[in-house]
Ligand binder design. Structure first.
Ligand SMILES: *Cc1c(COP(=O)(O)O)cnc(C)c1O
Length: 359
C-alpha cells in the first residue's frame, strides 16, 4: 500500500467524490448536461460566467507550476491555501482519533480546521530564543511519531513570529517523518524569505506537502487562489474531497493575468521593496521607547513585544494605523504584529512609535 493510502482515512480509500458535469471529458457542440442557462446574464456581456468553471484549469496549473518550479501534476489549486489546510485535515484525520501537530504561536487555521474535523491537536511550542522564535524540529518529529500524528504543520517563514526554518532542518524533519506522517510546510511568505523553498525536496520525499498562495506577495487576497504542491497521488486524493467547482472564473482570469512575465516582474520589485522596508522599519523601531523587542522577520510583517500593548495600539490608532493584536496567542501576551506597508504607511508607524517622543 502506498504512503497516501496508508495515511488516508480508511473510509475514504475508494472515495471518488462528486462526479460533476465538468469532470467528464466529453466533447460536443451543444452543452445540455449541467442545467446552465443558454443565455448570458446582462451583467456578464461576454457570457464568461455562464458555464460552470473547470475544476482545475490547466492553464493556471501550468502557470503556477512554472512559478514554483514544479510540474503541473504536483499542483492542486484551491480557494486560498486555507482550503488546502482544511482538505488535508479532513482527508487524513478521523474525528476523535487522528492527530495533527502544530507549533504555537502560529497561524490559527491549522487549529481551526483540526477543531472543525474533531481531530486531536498536539502542540509543540516554538522556543523564544535570543535569535527569535525557533522550532525544535527534532522534538517536533518525536512528538509526531510518539503520538502517531497524521499531519505536521510547519509554517516557514512563521506567522506571526517571522523566523524561517532552514531547508536542512526541514529535510531532516521530513525524513524523520517519512512513511509515518505528512509534513505540511506552509510557505505563504516564502517570497520575502532568503531561505529556499521546500518544493525542491518533493522529488525525494513522498510525505512532503508545500502550501503557496497568491494572497500575500502577489497581492491577490480577494481572488482566493492558493495551491498545494505534493506528489500526484496525494493531489488526486485531495481533489476527490474538494468542492466540485472550487475556482471562480473571474479569479482564475485574474490569477493568470498576474502570472505573465511582466506582472511577475512587477511583483518581484514590490517584494524587494517590501523586504527593504521591513529592514528599515525593523531598524527604526529598535529605539522605540514603547517597545520591548522587535523580532527579526523573513515575512512581510514584524512581531514586536510592547512595554504596554494598549498604549502601542492606541498610539497607532490615533494616526489611523490598525495592526494585529497578538496577545491572545500563547507566549505573546505583550505582542502585536505589524504588516510592512508602503514607505508612507511605514513612516506613519515609525512616527507613532519612534524614540524621543513623550506623551
Ligand atoms: C495568510 C496565510 C495563509 C492563507 O492564505 P490564503 O491563500 O489567503 O488562504 C496561509 N498560511 C499562512 C501562514 C498565512 O499567513
Amino acid at each position: 500500500m502506498s504512503l497516501v493510502d496508508t495515511l488516508l482515512r480508511e473510509d475514504l480509500r475508494s472515495f471518488t467524490g462528486y462526479a460533476s458535469a465538468r469532470r467528464s471529458k466529453a466533447t460536443g457542440r451543444i452543452w445540455l448536461n449541467a442545467n446552465e442557462s443558454p443565455w448570458a446574464n446582462p451583467a456578464d456581456a461576454e457570457g464568461a460566467a455562464r458555464r460552470y468553471p473547470e475544476p482545475q484549469p490547466d492553464a493556471l496549473r501550468v502557470a503556477l507550476a512554472g512559478l514554483y518550479r514544479t510540474s503541473p501534476e504536483n499542483v492542486l489549486l484551491g480557494r486560498g491555501s486555507d482550503e488546502a489546510i482544511d482538505l488535508l485535515v479532513r482527508a487524513f484525520c478521523r474525528p476523535g482519533l487522528d492527530a495533527v501537530v502544530v507549533t504555537p504561536p502560529v497561524f490559527g487555521m491549522y487549529a481551526v480546521s483540526a477543531r472543525l474535523q474533531g481531530a486531536r491537536l498536539l502542540d509543540l511550542p516554538l522556543q523564544d530564543t535570543p535569535a527569535g522564535f525557533e522550532c525544535d524540529t527534532t522534538a517536533l518529529a518525536q512528538t509526531a511519531l510518539a503520538e502517531g500524528a497524521k499531519l505536521v504543520f510547519l509554517c516557514s517563514p512563521g506567522n506571526p513570529t517571522g523566523g524561517a526554518v532552514s531547508l536542512a532542518r526541514i529535510e531532516a524533519l521530513v525524513q524523520a517523518l517519512n512513511g509515518r506522517a505528512l509534513l505540511v510546510v506552509d510557505e505563504a511568505y516564502a517570497e520575502y524569505s532568503a531561505e529556499p523553498s521546500a518544493i525542491g525536496l518533493l522529488p525525494a520525499y513522498e510525505n512532503l506537502v508545500v502550501l503557496r498562495t497568491l494572497s500575500k506577495a502577489h497581492a491577490l487576497a480577494a481572488a482566493r487562489i492558493g495551491c498545494l504542491i505534493a506528489r500526484p497521488e496525494l493531489v488526486k486524493v485531495l481533489r476527490n474531497c474538494q468542492a466540485p467547482y472550487p475556482l471562480p472564473t473571474p479569479s482564475v482570469a485574474l490569477a493568470l493575468a498576474a502570472l505573465t512575465p511582466e506582472a511577475r516582474q512587477a511583483t518581484a520589485q514590490r517584494v524587494a521593496l517590501t523586504v527593504r522596508e521591513r529592514e528599515r522599519l525593523w531598524q527604526a523601531l529598535q529605539g522605540s521607547p514603547w517597545l520591548r523587542h522587535v523580532y527579526d522577520s523573513q515575512g512581510n510583517y514584524l512581531l514586536v513585544r510592547c512595554i504596554d500593548a494598549d498604549v502601542v495600539l492606541a498610539r497607532l490608532l490615533a494616526v489611523g494605523v490598525v495592526v494585529r493584536d497578538m496577545r491572545s496567542m500563547p507566549q505573546l501576551d505583550d505582542a502585536v504584529r505589524i504588516s510592512v506597508g508602503s514607505p508612507e504607511e511605514n513612516d506613519a508607524v515609525i512616527a507613532a512609535l519612534a524614540g524621543g517622543a513623550t506623551n
